[in-house]
Write a protein that binds this ligand. Structure first.
Ligand code: ATP
Ligand code: SF4
Ligand code: MG
Length: 331
């Protein structure tokens, strides 16, 4: 049974005059000990999935799902307290814009120490517990590669550079020793050495502590070397999902192929709104979503039948939604 199990997640955004379907029947699972990559162009809905899982949704967002569960328990039907407890103890999220997710009125040290669950703090007396919190905070910031901990732990969010903010949010997420880490583009804009350091740390935590990770990134080269499985999202729909090795070797969906083919050609992260080298056009706006397969107008394999929405098909643990998939003869 997957730890995180999402089936047919739909998220509609109400903008007052109309509703758009920003996520449409998305399926996503994360198994225990797995690193799953979630990829797709800018605007495909990756961060919306993170918001839906975290439960931090503005009132204009409306969610439905056939299943959205954590270790078999439905996240949608549990009480707010239960959900908060899971987000406090089991699932940690690194949101996409780290600085805006911080409390501007507290120092980094205060925020980090506050995030340590009571049960992980050692000592009986308050000074022992204060020392224990301080020690964990220092060792965690070192782990994520922040040097000069004295300086940064005493700083306020507006006093720190962006890359320290990014690393700090990873520290905030890891300090509660979660079972699942959801990291939304945590290394965007980082210079290569720092990025490698963060990716190595996450891989090590996955291997040594069995930390499961849902990793969102535009950096397909990095992600494809560390993730075990991958889900590809296009325009609010999960179009293909399976083991990373299989997807790299024989992607069935034309969009997955275009994404993967674009990877070796960029040395840095694929910038937002960039055009895929092997696919015309850009991702449509949610107000002008094509009927049938949403990739239709951009797809080199599109035919008449593609005006009908393709169903999800499954071959073992590989799923895809396309009427005319690639590589079928080799399966
Ligand atoms: N608060 C909001 N109100 C209206 N539309 C929104 C809101 N948040 C996101 N959207 C729309 O939902 C779609 C998906 O957005 P999302 O931020 O999830 O994309 P993403 O895949 O995370 O992109 P990126 O890679 O740039 O982070 C976009 O079309 C976006 O404009
Ligand atoms: S269903 Fe048609 S348009 Fe959609 S990805 Fe497959 S071939 Fe392309
Ligand atoms: Mg995003």
């Amino acid at each position: 049974m997957p730890m995180l199990d999402i089936k047919n997640l739909t998220l509609e955004i109400d903008n007052g005059t109309s509703r758009v379907k920003a996520l449409d029947k998305v399926d996503l699972t994360v198994n225990s000990g797995e690193i799953r990559a979630l990829v797709g162009e800018s605007g495909s809905g990756k961060s919306l999935i993170v918001s839906a899982i975290s439960g931090a949704l503005p009132p204009q967002f409306h969610i439905t799902a056939d299943r959205m569960s954590w270790n078999g328990e439905s996240l949608l039907s549990m009480s707010t307290e239960q959900r908060r407890e899971i987000m406090r103890r089991d699932i940690a999220v690194v949101f996409q814009n780290p600085i805006t997710a911080m409390d501007p009125s507290a120092t980094l040290g205060e925020q980090l120490e506050e995030s340590i669950p009571d049960e992980l703090v050692k000592g009986k007396w308050f000074w022992q517990r204060r020392q224990s919190r301080r020690k964990s905070a220092i060792s965690t910031v070192h782990k994520v590669g922040i040097k000069h901990h004295r300086h940064y732990l005493n700083a306020y969010p507006h006093q720190i550079p962006t890359d320290i903010g990014q690393k700090f949010m990873i520290a905030m997420a890891l300090i509660s020793q979660p079972k699942l880490l959801i990291a939304d583009d945590p290394t965007r804009g980082m210079e290569t050495t720092t990025k490698t350091q963060v990716l190595k740390l996450l891989t090590r935590l996955n291997q040594t502590r069995s930390l499961s990770i849902l990793f969102i990134s535009h950096d397909l080269l990095a992600i494809s070397s560390m993730a075990h499985t991958m889900t590809v999202l296009y325009c609010g729909q999960s179009v293909e999902s399976g083991r990373m090795k299989m997807l790299r070797k024989r992607p069935l969906h034309p969009y997955t192929k275009a994404l993967l083919d674009s990877a070796p050609s960029f040395r840095k992260d694929l910038p937002p709104k960039s055009i895929l080298p092997n696919m015309d056009g850009i991702i449509p706006s949610l107000k002008h979503v094509p009927i049938g397969c949403r990739l239709g107008p951009r797809c080199p394999r599109a035919q008449k039948d593609c005006v009908i929405t393709p169903a999800v098909r499954r071959i073992h643990d590989h799923t895809y939604s396309c009427h005319f998939p690639l590589h079928m003869e080799k399966l």
